[in-house]
Design a protein around this ligand. Structure first.
Ligand code: SF4
Ligand code: SF4
Length: 89
């Protein structure tokens, strides 16, 4: 099944606390193996299975570290829901 969401981690803001990784239901976040310029292992999206639920966003103590995108449904599904578009958090 295609991912329903996508996230972007801002390594300039992430402190590597791991709260988002623990909270993500489909477990699609990990700590990066490499150190960031600030000397921490920042969160990293594995690139699959994100549902766009936003839990990681609400758990993260650093404003601006995570941006969540809810991907638009395929045209047929959008039409059946009245054409609404989900907004980014
Ligand atoms: S939006 Fe939800 S599924 Fe996607 S990475 Fe964050 S917690 Fe995980
Ligand atoms: S919760 Fe925020 S600060 Fe902590 S690892 Fe995840 S993105 Fe980084």
């Amino acid at each position: 099944m295609a991912s329903r969401g996508n996230i972007v981690i801002n390594v300039e803001e992430c402190k590597g606390c791991g709260l988002c990784i623990e909270s993500c239901p489909p477990k699609c976040l990990v700590l990066a193996k490499e150190l960031s310029p600030y000397g921490v292992h920042s969160a990293h999206y594995t690139g699959r299975d994100c549902t766009g639920c936003g839990i990681c966003f609400y758990c993260c103590p650093e404003p601006g570290a995570i941006t969540v995108y809810r991907l638009a449904a395929p045209p047929k599904a959008v039409a059946s829901r009245g054409g609404e578009h989900a907004a980014a958090l």
